[in-house]
Design a protein around this ligand. Structure first.
Ligand code: ADP
Ligand code: ZN
Ligand code: ZN
Length: 730
């Protein structure tokens, strides 16, 4: 149903409505008084309830019109545009997801039903009798907004005055009070404000991006951390705004957003719209509406911002495009990077993928000429890439429970003496990954999952990293009951913190691990205080690898560079490479040179070698050759089938049945592996069984899977999920 002849329906005419309910079909309703347009968002009765829907076309059923229930309400928002409708259809096809779930993703703004609400706003009135400094600032703010009406909150924030200044001005007639719809347009961004003075490299890249504006095309913008990619793509944003189109910048993580918003404000004079899980309901509703009305020019957000009803999307930037968080692992399994390219192709929009360590997929697409590629070669200004060295642990025997080698210790000592910061990186949360009994060897496992419990001293609990279950730390072995026999094995960040504090009792130590912060705000504050120099040694998990800017940091010590080399996972090498490169990129971003030390037992491993030599291209070529030889992505295609069930037997029976009856897959030359217990075979008490399908690059994989699964009804509480292009193999 992608080509629509009819675009409006007279009252009483039957229409097909797509609802957000998990049904695999359209429902027919009668157009209400006043009629409806194609794409109108509507409220329809379903059983005793009212649900959200979207008018999708002419009715399909042969149900007599008189018996159809009428649409109860047409929402006061622009109808869904063809471009978004087409995107939802294609995304549903690609990910093998019901279209209703796609509509759900595209309408995740609370309060769409409630209609516009009114709020109190102000605009300038008579010139004030006495123009104090504060009052002048207030009037200047209106100037900046082109005279638009503003709320008290907006005025006080922008003018840095108290609410009573506003109220006094209103009482004296210097401001005029009025009612306005609650969802105000976003303040105008001004692309003509000056950018930073770009380096030659940056300016050339910005020119290329500008020349590609206003048409579909994908550019991989590759440059080491700190090379100024952000400044470059902000110029692409500026060009998009000049053309009067909307821009979207996707970021991988909330912790990054604040710094980025400030840079937007510095460049364009105002803040953009923000879309992420931390945004309030009111903000989400406002942004959803304004995106549709074309009254927000730039949206900065997490992956789901891709599903907003933009009026005219002209640019999508995906910063840190390699980041794993772009793949949604629950619910609708989609990769925001790939879906962004799809949406852009439908919207005639430009895509910019920015990264210091691109995914192999994007690297290969650039190699083959499908994507354009732009490289920023040097770091901005004087900052140089850090020197990298391996610390070979093979000859060294570190004392029990210690992870910092002599070489690393000496380097930290030196930084402390020079009042510079050091970062110790270990990608393991908690105190120790394993807690075991000295007497009988018993290890504590989660009762619900196939995973060990990880000791968290900070919480004083054991925690399962799969399901989040916690339990008290026992003093006696649960198995042999020996008192005081339980002891930790291996390092976690908390244990590393203990060692660090013992080694350098005078140093100020800060730990950055996602589970240590109650809120995104607390995390942001910690990051800001570290950047401000309020720590000598920072201990961090992969959280620190993500683009934060720590000016005083000149040393990065990777505690266990081998971690992740043996995942048995297709992407283990790629991930390790990216992560260590990113972390090392934290060192020496400003005028002091940086040093990165990698503690390893395998200094000759090709991945470690590629990191040390700084030969990125060499790494990608080697990795690409290996994948190509194996027919693995991006040179072949994979799909995962995950069966989860409270009954292991049912899951396996269904898995076997699917594996034995796979003619549609065999017909396209695909191979089927499994069923096998998933690497994490049990989560939250449910067993997990996997099948893996491998096909040639051009094979019609989705169509074959659809045919294969048609008519399959998982028994009992068994659930079946399809993961196209899986990133994780858990
Ligand atoms: P990347 O996105 O590649 O990591 P950024 O754009 O964040 O790099 O730039 C790194 C640092 O250098 C930032 O603090 C940024 O403000 C600064 N910077 C980059 N380009 C310029 C420029 N042309 N003029 C002044 N400062 C710049
Ligand atoms: Zn025991
Ligand atoms: Zn668990």
């Amino acid at each position: 149903m992608s080509v629509f002849a009819v675009t409006s329906f007279a009252p009483g005419q039957p229409v097909a409505v797509l609802t957000t309910q998990p049904l695999d079909r359209f429902l027919d309703y009668r157009a209400p008084e006043g009629g409806v347009r194609l794409g109108d968002f509507v409220e329809v009765p379903l059983g005793p309830r009212k649900v959200l829907g979207c008018v999708w076309g002419e009715a399909e059923g042969d149900f007599p019109v008189e018996k159809l229930r009428p649409i109860t309400r047409v929402l006061d928002v622009p109808p869904m545009r063809d471009e978004l409708r087409e995107f939802l259809v294609r995304a549903a096809d690609y990910t093998l997801t019901p279209l209703s779930l796609m509509l759900f993703l595209a309408t995740r703004a609370p309060g769409l039903f409630s209609g516009p609400q009114m709020i109190r706003v102000y605009r300038p009135g008579e010139p004030p009798a006495r123009l104090t400094e504060a009052r002048r600032r207030v009037l200047d703010v209106f100037e900046g907004y082109g005279g638009a009406a503003l709320t008290v909150g907006e005025i006080t924030r922008a003018a840095d005055v108290t609410g009573s200044v506003v109220h006094t001005m209103a009482a004296q007639g210097a401001l005029i009070e009025a009612e306005a719809p609650k969802d105000q347009p976003y303040p105008l961004l001004d692309p003509s404000l000056p950018s930073k003075t770009l380096s030659d490299d940056q300016a050339a890249a910005a020119e290329v991006l500008k020349s590609r504006a206003d048409a579909f095309g994908v550019t991989l913008l590759k440059g080491v951390t700190g090379s100024g990619k952000t400044e470059v793509y902000l110029e692409a944003v500026a060009e998009c705004l000049r053309k009067g189109r909307q821009a979207l910048v996707l970021l991988p993580e909330i912790g990054l957003t604040e710094g980025f918003l400030e840079r937007v404000e510095a460049r364009f004079g105002q803040r953009p719209g923000e879309w992420h899980s931390g945004a309030t309901m009111t903000e989400r509703r406002r942004l959803w509406r304004m995106a549709g009305e074309g009254r927000v020019q730039l949206v900065v957000g997490a992956r789901s911002a891709l599903f907003l009803p933009y009026r005219d999307l002209g640019l999508i930037v995906i910063d840190e495009e390699h980041d794993g968080s772009y793949k949604q692992d629950e619910g609708v399994l989609y990769n925001a990077r790939d879906m962004a390219v799809l949406r852009a192709s439908l919207a005639q929009a430009q895509v910019v993928l920015a990264s210091a360590t691109p995914s192999l997929e994007s690297w290969a697409n650039a190699q083959s000429g499908k994507y354009q590629r732009l490289d920023l070669h040097a770091r901005f200004g004087v900052a140089e890439l850090p020197e990298m060295r391996a610390l070979d642990l093979r000859g060294q025997k570190l004392p029990h429970g210690r992870w910092i080698s002599e070489g690393l210790k000496a380097a930290v000592d030196e930084r402390l003496a020079n009042k510079e910061q050091s970062l110790l990186f270990l990608n393991r949360r908690g105190y120790a990954p394993v807690t075991t009994c000295r007497a009988c060897g018993h290890q504590i496992a989660c009762s619900q999952c196939d995973a060990r419990m990880v000791e968290h001293r900070f919480l004083n609990r054991l925690m399962c990293h799969q399901c989040g279950a916690t339990a008290p730390i026992p003093t006696a072995c649960p198995d042999c009951k020996t008192e005081g026999s339980m002891h930790p094995i291996g390092p976690g960040v908390e244990r590393l913190e203990e060692e660090t504090r013992a080694t350098w009792p005078e140093a100020r130590v800060a730990v950055l691990s996602s589970d240590l912060f109650g809120s995104a705000r607390a995390l942001k504050e910690q990051i800001a205080s570290i950047a401000g120099g309020e720590a000598d040694i920072v201990i961090g998990t992969q959280l620190v690898a993500k683009g934060h800017n720590f000016p005083l940091l000149t040393l990065v010590g990777v505690i266990d560079a081998d971690l992740g080399l043996h995942g048995g996972d297709l992407r283990a090498a790629e991930r390790t490479f990216q992560l260590i490169r990113q972390v090392a990129g934290r060192a020496g971003r400003h005028d002091k040179p940086g040093l990165a030390l990698l503690q390893t037992h395998q200094p000759d491993h090709p991945v470690i070698q590629a990191i040390l030599s700084g030969d990125d291209e060499g790494f990608w070529r080697a990795e690409a050759a290996e994948r190509e030889a194996l027919g693995m992505p991006p040179y072949g295609r994979l799909a995962g089938i995950i069966l989860s069930s409270s009954s292991l037997e049912q899951a396996f029976d269904l898995g076997n049945h699917l594996a034995m009856n796979a003619d549609p897959l065999l017909a396209i030359g695909a191979q089927i592996f499994g069923p096998a217990p998933a690497p994490i075979a049990r989560v939250r008490g449910r067993h997990r069984v996997r099948l893996l399908i491998k096909a040639a690059k051009g094979a019609p994989l989705q169509a074959a899977i659809r045919q294969w699964l048609a008519g399959i009804k998982p028994p009992g509480d068994t659930r079946l999920a399809v993961d196209i292009d899986p990133q994780n193999f858990w």
